[in-house]
Each structure stands twice: as C-alpha cells, then as structure tokens.
Design a protein around this ligand. Structure first.
Ligand SMILES: Nc1ncnc2c1ncn2[C@@H]1O[C@H](COP(=O)(O)OP(=O)(O)OP(=O)(O)O)[C@@H](O)[C@H]1O
Length: 411
C-alpha cells in the first residue's frame, strides 16, 4: 500500500505513532513506527495483532518497511482511534473521575476484548488506561507490545503500578494477571488516581505489590456492585480471581445499548483535551516530548543474550527521559546504610557490607556502574534489577546514585 505519513499523535517507550493516509483510497489510519534495528517489540506486536480481530481491540491493517531521512523504518498500520487514550479522558474529566455507568460500560468493552484475547491463549500483560484507546463508539484495547502466549516463559512485562502480585514476584504472568490490571484500571477510572498510594517509585511499588499482603485501596465513592466487581478482580491469589468470562456476567457492567451511557461517552469525548479529529495537530504536537524521540532510544540486549552488568551498562547510556510518571525528586533508597536513613525497603540486604545507596531517576540519569556492580553479589539486588529491567521493557529506567540530600526514608 502507498501511504503518506502525517503528524505524530503519540509517543510510547518503543515507538512513535503518527496519522497516515492511504494514497489510493484516502483512508486514514495510524502508523506505529520505529527504526528497523530496534523493532523487535513492534514486530512481536505485529505477529500478535495480525492473528486476532475483535471489535474491542484496535485492529491491524498491515505493515511495511520504509526508508525515511536515511533511516530504515519498520511500520505497523493500525485502525486510527481519534479520541486519545482512556487515561486522557480520565484526566480531562472534572476531578479525574468518570461516572459509574460510563465506567461500567468501558469496563464491559475492555472485558470483551480481554475475554477474546484470553480465549485465543494470549495474555496482554500491560492493561492500563493509557493502553486503552477511545473511539466514536467506546473503547478498545491497544498496545500488544508486551503480549505473549500464556504458556510462553519469559521475563515479566508491564507497568509496576498495574502488576499483579505474582507478576511483581516474577513467578507467573497469566490471564489472571490481566484481570488484576483491569481492577487497577477501574480504580483509575473511579478515582482519577493511581491504584497504589504512597509509593514513590517502581522499586517500592514492585516490592509492595509483590511482597506485602495489601490490596490497592478501593475508592470510597463506589456502589456495592462496583465494590464487588473490584473484589473479584483484586484477589492476591490469582486462582481466586474471576475469569474474564465470569466477570462478563457481573451486574456492575453496562453492556447493552444504553442512551444515558452513549450520551456520556459523547460528552466525555467532547470535553476531553484529546484530539477529536486528525486536524487537531497542534494539540497533539504540544504533548510530545522531544527527549523521547527515536534518536534517543538505545538498543539494549535482552536478558537471554547478555549479563546483568552488560544490560546495566546499556541502561546507563540512555539519555531519553524514562516515562515512569513519578516526579524525579522522589528518590528511593533501594539499598542503604542502615544507620542513618531509617528502614529501607530491602530489610534483607541493608546490613550487608560495602553497600551503597542508589536511587531511580529520570532524564539524563547516569549510572555509577562500578558501585552498582559491587552490589550485584546479592541475589536480591540482582532479582530487583532483573524485575525492573523486565518491567521497563528494557528502556524506561536508569540507575543513579542520588545526592545524599535527596534520599528518602521508606519507614
Ligand atoms: N491506533 C491508534 N490511534 C490513535 N492513537 C494511537 C493509536 N495507537 C497509539 N496511539 C497513540 O500513541 C501512543 C503510544 O502508543 P503505544 O502505547 O501503542 O506505544 P508504545 O511504544 O507501545 O507505548 P508503551 O510506552 O505503552 O509501551 C498512545 O498512548 C496513543 O496516544
């Protein structure tokens, strides 16, 4: 197919998404592109998307390779979703909360997509509001860059805030993990906030999700039905969680045509800052982060083909801003001198000799690899690094040694 690339409409950690137009038909679609040499994730997404088709999943329209500005690009063609992400819709809404019947309707549509994907033997692995796109008739699941076959072993993937406990512990990532993430997404829609409070960074999130006995806080303003729905999604034991097909019968969901809900979807979309047409170029462009441009991505070897130290060295080369969504003032001690910093989150290792403090940072962070590698003797720190590595899809984090004044206590 001959096509022309329009303006960029979104940046992810792995690719840039632009509007595109078919020269023959004039049809508008979205194109997700990355340099061919860094297209492993996108090609994996292409393989998965090309094998599925559902009205509740952003549809696949083909792929090709182009040469643009002396770069060889891999392009994945997708159905164009004009109204931005569900995350945009939540935050554009007054107070960040959506009406419960609208949430019931969106949740129904996401579940229909998840039920379909699970029946195909696939796990999405990264359900969250920013991976749900809003169209004229509701929402669809997007971004299958982390998806895998359920039986496929491999590193954990996804976003720490939305990870199920078994995923955070690196044990398993199956259908039930998507259901947990769906519960977290419902909390996002209800509260306008994140599922876990008082966690300032990915490491403490992974630790709390995986190794505490806590659940995300259920927002207070929920109906009994919504509370019960969340209870069925957010069980720490994955075997106790309801499946997508069980949940589809839950009374919280609004699945049938409902004029009240349709009106709200339209109002929500029109009040959202998300573009409502491809002509809203200025709006999209203003949200783009130059530091996340393709040029700033560094190709990093996978865990199977490199040592931890090599992968960390590559992480240290990252110059793009990792998109954790946390303020970079929120440093965390993942290991520390037990004497003066209070309890660190890693009680098990804080007494070990020769351990220095590290934090996680954004933008132009660097790693003092010698110090970090000294600390790699510990199985636990290795495990954390591997977990972070995997959860970051290899690109979103770098380690730094924070200035003393920026260390925070986790007690
Ligand atoms: N089909 C589409 N139609 C319209 N906009 C889209 C489409 N696909 C993606 N986008 C926009 O591009 C952004 C990035 O897309 P996507 O999440 O698929 O990229 P990614 O690199 O896989 O991101 P992530 O960092 O979540 O891994 C989305 O948040 C959304 O704003």
């Amino acid at each position: 197919m001959d096509w022309t690339r329009g303006h960029a409409i979104g940046h992810g950690s792995t690719a840039t998404v632009s509007v595109a137009t078919s020269i023959q038909s004039g049809d508008v679609f979205a194109v997700k592109s990355v340099e061919l040499s860094q297209s492993e994730f996108l090609q994996r997404e292409q393989q998965i998307l090309s094998s599925i088709a559902s009205p509740f999943i952003v549809s696949y329209k083909g792929c090709d390779i182009t040469r643009e500005n002396n770069k060889v690009m891999y392009n994945l063609f997708l159905e164009y979703m004009p109204n931005g992400t569900l995350g945009n819709a939540i935050h554009a809404n007054d107070g960040g909360r959506l009406d419960e019947s609208l949430i019931g309707n969106y949740t129904y549509q996401i579940l229909r997509g998840l039920d379909y994907v699970h029946l195909k033997g696939l796990v999405h692995c990264d359900i969250k509001s920013s991976n749900i796109l809003v169209g004229q008739n509701g929402v669809k699941i997007a971004d299958f860059g982390c998806a895998k076959r359920v039986e496929q072993a491999g590193p954990i993937a996804g976003t720490p805030m939305f990870m199920a406990p078994e995923v955070a512990r690196g044990e398993d990532q199956g259908f039930a993990s998507d259901i947990w993430a769906l519960g977290c997404t419902v909390i996002e829609m209800v509260s306008g906030g994140t599922p876990w409070h008082n966690v300032s960074d990915p490491v403490s999130t992974i630790y709390r999700v995986g190794y505490s006995d806590q659940l995300p806080e259920f927002p207070c303003c929920l109906s009994e039905e919504a509370r019960d729905f969340l209870d069925k999604c957010l069980r720490r034991d994955p075997k106790e969680r309801w499946t997508a097909s069980q949940l589809l019968k839950h009374p919280f969901l609004v699945g049938d045509f409902n004029p009240h809900v349709v009106k709200q979807v339209q109002e929500s979309n029109s009040s959202s800052n998300s573009p409502t047409s491809i002509l809203d170029q200025g709006l999209w462009n203003s949200s783009l982060d130059e530091s996340e441009s393709l040029e700033n991505l560094v190709s990093i070897p996978s865990s199977s083909e490199s040592s931890a130290s090599e992968r960390i060295r590559c992480l240290s080369l990252l110059s793009g801003a990792p998109s954790w969504g946390w303020d970079d003032r929120n440093w965390i001690t993942i290991r520390g001198n037990s004497s003066d910093e209070g309890d660190t989150i890693m009680d098990d290792i804080e007494d070990k000799d020769g351990i220095v403090s590290y934090g996680l940072g954004k933008q132009n962070s660097h790693i003092d690899s010698k110090e970090l590698l000294t600390s790699l003797d510990s199985d636990i720190s290795n495990r954390i690094i591997n977990d972070i590595w995997a959860s970051c899809k290899y690109r979103k984090v770098s380690f730094v040694k924070p200035p003393e004044s920026r260390l925070i206590s986790q007690s």
